[in-house]
Design a protein around this ligand. Structure first.
Ligand code: NAD
Ligand code: UFG
Length: 354
């Protein structure tokens, strides 16, 4: 029996393949390579010492999905495939809803048809209601208590089509379970994945100018960009810059192994909704300092205006993941920076093979 890994050639998917192989799970990768390179799979093959079955396909292609389910014994799916750039989703909402929501519907339809009823879904901390949208006066919550975020914190007040697409998919999965209790579903809400595999051969390879902090810092340190723009220095945080829950991608990847183990070992379970974070928030300046230490390079930065849509602090309460799955994030911010740096300095042009 194999696990179908949609989006398995991407950043988190490729790291999860390594952890699944370490845990002796068999898998098949299904990816349209719209935001990745098959070179990541070649590199994973070297790490795990095994060849990987890869199918180049789109999750919206029902005929191709049926062919895959018809030709292989697939008993579960880890569903990473999706578009993830927040800013781009505001400009191209239809593309995002089509790819993420319609793509997931097509996948679930084919899974149902073939009796495959176990799915782990990549959700995001972005589904939690933006504090600006919380009606504080009528809520039991105090704004100061927004983070740490618990799985039962308010969700759905999203600020962009990307976040809304994740929220919609969570609802679809919950409704699917209501209609068919034999579905086993794990919704994993990731905080801010960073870092790379210890080998320095796989990592995050963004197209164009990185939107996210760690890839941007890495590119400054390696000399590809002049300086980092720090978005906002007047937040209510220890140094005025935004605070996030950065989680090492290998810890995150291992969370998927624990989720699949759980689904395999339990019957009659309601959909699990689990935060995957460390529970510790670091500021932008904390990350810059840690990266300078790890790389031995200076990371010049300029303090600029806040980025629209950003919040001051966002970090997880990760206690449910520990209680339910026996999972905790183990790797420190220093290790995240060291591993990001090893990947970036060994592969300044990412997977582009020259
Ligand atoms: P990624 O872009 O590196 O990986 C996504 C993969 O899905 C890519 O390989 C892409 O080619 C593939 N893909 C996209 N649309 C597809 C389609 N229609 N059919 C088949 N394949 C398709 O992104 P990632 O960082 O590895 O993220 C994986 C998942 O985790 C995504 O669903 C993302 O939304 C979610 N997530 C990521 C973060 C983050 O900060 N990286 C945070 C929270 C949630
Ligand atoms: N930041 C900068 N300069 C940059 C980039 C980011 O100062 O060039 C700051 C941001 O203002 C924020 C922090 O660094 O304070 C982290 O920003 P990221 O863009 O790396 O991450 P976000 O927390 O904004 O969002 C990320 C993903 C979302 C996901 C969310 C929670 O982009 O898709 O984490 O999982 F939903």
């Amino acid at each position: 029996m194999s696990i179908l890994i949609t989006g398995g050639a991407g950043y988190i998917g490729s790291h999860t393949l390594v952890e699944l192989a370490n845990a002796n799970y068999d898998f098949i990768v299904y990816d349209n390579l719209s935001n990745s390179s098959s070179e990541s799979l070649n590199r994973v093959e070297k790490i795990i010492g095994k060849s990987i079955t890869f199918i180049n396909g789109d999750i919206r292609d029902t005929a191709k999905l049926k062919e895959v389910f018809g030709n292989h014994s697939i008993d579960s799916v880890i569903h990473f495939a999706g578009l993830k750039a927040v800013g781009q989703s505001v400009e191209q909402p239809l593309e995002y809803y089509d790819n993420n929501v319609v793509g997931t519907l097509r996948l679930l339809e084919v899974m149902s048809e073939f009796g495959c009823k176990k799915i782990v879904f990549s959700s995001s901390a972005t589904v939690y209601t933006d504090p600006d949208k919380l009606n504080i006066q009528h809520s039991k919550l105090n704004i100061k208590e927004y983070s740490p975020l618990r799985e039962d914190s308010p969700v759905g007040g999203t600020t962009n089509p990307y976040g809304t697409s994740k929220y919609m998919i969570e609802r679809i999965l919950e409704d699917l379970y209501i209609s068919d209790n034999s579905f086993k579903i794990a919704i994993l809400r990731y905080f801010n994945p960073v870092g790379a595999h210890k080998s320095g051969t796989i990592g995050e390879d963004p197209n164009g100018i990185p939107n996210n902090l760690m890839p941007f810092i890495s590119q400054v340190a390696v000399g590809k960009r002049e300086y980092l723009s720090v978005f906002g220095s007047d937040y209510d945080t220890h140094d005025g810059t935004g605070v996030r829950d950065y989680i090492h991608v290998v810890d995150l990847a291992y969370g998927h192994v624990k989720a699949i183990d759980y689904l395999n070992n339990h019957e009659n379970i309601k959909p699990l909704v689990v935060n995957l974070g460390t529970g510790t928030g670091y500021s932008v300046i904390d990350v810059v300092k840690a990266f300078e230490k790890a790389s031995g390079k200076k990371v010049p930065y300029k303090l600029v205006d806040r980025r629209a849509g950003d919040i001051a602090k966002c970090f997880a309460d990760p206690s449910y993941a520990k209680e339910l799955l026996g999972w905790v994030a183990k790797r420190s911010l220093d290790e995240m920076c060291e591993d990001s740096w090893r990947w970036q300095s060994n592969n300044p042009d990412g997977y582009e093979v020259k």
